[in-house]
Design a protein around this ligand. Structure first.
Ligand code: HEC
Length: 91
């Protein structure tokens, strides 16, 4: 009986470790997916959701920086994502 308990405990630990590793691997893949996105991808995915986005040459560099800050909160972007989008719009 005692022997059996140790055996099942071992299995629980093995299974638990496996689950933790697969969660870690998954979240890594997820953040790499976001990090791998270009400005134009992020722009296409986030900025057309609420309105038609004006083309890059509609605004000056400074205006895009300001708009980027305003729309970052609306689109719930990270600083990095916002920077990529603004860089794309300022090309
Ligand atoms: C959650 C909805 C939402 C998302 C997502 C969003 N916007 Fe907007 N956007 C708005 C609203 C509402 C306005 C009009 C009010 C304002 O100017 O704040 C606006 C206005 C604008 C304007 C006009 C500003 C001006 O001064 O004329 C631009 C340009 C713009 N958005 C660009 C973007 C870009 C670029 C993104 C992606 C990073 C984006 N928006 C994402 C809601 C959104």
């Amino acid at each position: 009986m005692r022997h059996n308990n140790i055996k099942s405990l071992t299995w629980i630990i093995i299974a638990g470790t496996g689950i933790v590793f697969s969660i870690l691997a998954n979240s890594c893949a997820e953040s790499q997916k976001v990090a791998g996105k270009t400005g134009v991808q992020l722009w296409a995915e986030n900025c057309q959701r609420c309105h038609n986005t004006p083309s890059p040459n509609t605004f000056s560099h400074d205006q895009w920086v300001t708009i980027g800050m305003h729309m970052q909160t609306r689109a719930q972007l990270t600083d990095k994502e916002r920077d990529k989008i603004v860089a794309f719009l300022n090309q």
